[in-house]
Design a binder for this molecule. Structure first.
Ligand code: TXA
Ligand code: MG
Length: 347
């Protein structure tokens, strides 16, 4: 069933959706980062349906979503001082913390690891669903494995409809890229996936922070990833993509033109509004992610833009990169994967 709660949550429908969760079904629901596919995290069978719907590898663990900080101790243990400070400062919000798990969380959720990823979303619909279901909700991003995450229902409806029992539409997600994932190792918060909460913000609270070395690079074949999600293909449309970032704007236009020509113009460019005319492209060949230097708009629009560009069916999608700073770092982390490291950079 499809439910539109963009303007207002319908309490009768909320009851129906929460009953589905309690009865072991899976649903699509909004959070402030991206849409999730959720199931009762304590029900292995239900969680299995998520892996099947996404075609997700079973060794990639899920995030468990709670509505309240007080619930954390029901599924995690041995919480350290640094971890508690992170919880107090960044939850609820676009922030996921890896903690030592309690046995109550089934193996399928954590892919057999002795840790569990926990997030408390801020989005009111997400919190309502978790609260009234009365169970923790395991949820990965709502997309077929490897594809860009869903930030609006119309983008993902086709690929997931029929595989879930309910779709809850809360409109476009506010942030547009997934939560920052952090694990505390030897008392230092280590960012395993960058997001809206930046390393600088974490440093400001804890006084230290590290960024996992695999965030922007590729893993060696035999290396064990701190976060299993790092080793998989991600955020990729069918059309092959190239990422272009030049620090200087004139360089940026020059190289974009050069690459457009290289593909005889059979490209779609995803870029900032101001560049559309400079590149002499029309709406069929140019998809705007917002105004120049507005990283919030860029983050909000990028996954949807990738899906839109893919539908046009060109030989190449050329994506304008951003400065790797703050939210820009999280954006570039996604795009480098999207482009499978086909990245032209001039500093
Ligand atoms: O914003 C978000 O985080 C969204 C919304 C729906 O909450 N969820 C999301 O889930 O992005 P997913 O499954 O697409 O990404 C979860 C990431 C994966 O890279 C996974 O490997 C990592 O978190 N992860 C989960 N449990 C982990 C654990 N115990 N240790 C290390 N990494 C873990
Ligand atoms: Mg995902």
């Amino acid at each position: 069933m499809y439910y539109n709660w963009e303007k207002m949550t319908n309490t009768e429908e909320l009851r129906v959706v929460c009953n589905l969760i309690r009865n072991g079904e899976i649903i699509i629901f909004p959070t402030e980062t991206v849409y999730g596919i959720g199931a009762n995290a304590l029900d292995s069978n239900a969680v299995g349906k998520i892996f099947a719907a996404k075609g997700r590898p079973s060794d990639n663990p899920l995030i468990v979503h709670l509505a309240d900080r007080n619930k954390i101790q029901e599924i995690a243990q041995d919480i350290t001082e640094v971890e508690q400070e992170l919880i107090d400062n960044f939850m609820p919000g676009p922030f996921t913390l890896i903690l030592k798990r309690k046995p109550i969380i089934p193996d399928i959720v954590t892919a057999g690891l002795d840790t569990v990823a926990i997030r408390i979303p801020e989005n009111i619909i997400a919190r309502g669903i978790i609260t009234y279901s009365g169970v923790p909700i395991a949820a990965p991003s709502a997309n077929v494995s490897g594809k860009p995450s869903g930030t609006k229902i119309e983008d993902i409806r086709k690929e997931l409809e029929g595989k879930v029992s309910a779709i809850v539409d809360g409109g476009e997600t506010k942030i547009g890229i997934e939560s920052t994932v952090v694990k505390v190792i030897d008392e230092v918060p280590v960012v395993l996936r960058p997001g809206k909460i930046t390393p600088e913000e974490i440093d400001a609270v804890i006084g230290k922070v590290r960024i996992d070395k695999n965030i922007l690079g590729t893993l060696n074949k035999d290396e064990v990833a701190e976060s299993p999600g790092m080793k998989y293909k991600h955020y990729a449309p069918e059309t092959s993509c190239k990422l272009v970032y030049c620090k200087d704007e004139l360089d940026q236009i020059f190289y974009l033109k050069k690459f457009i020509k290289q593909y005889d113009g059979d490209v779609v460019v995803i870029g900032v509004e101001e560049h559309k005319e400079k590149l002499f492209l029309d709406d069929q060949r140019f998809i705007s992610v917002g105004k120049k230097d507005n990283l919030e708009d860029y983050a909000r629009n990028i996954f949807s833009a990738l899906r839109k560009a893919d539908k046009i069916g060109s030989s190449k999608i050329i994506i304008e990169g951003v400065k790797m700073e703050g939210l820009g770092y999280a954006i570039m982390n996604r795009l480098i994967r999207t482009c499978e490291h086909d990245f032209f950079e001039k500093q």
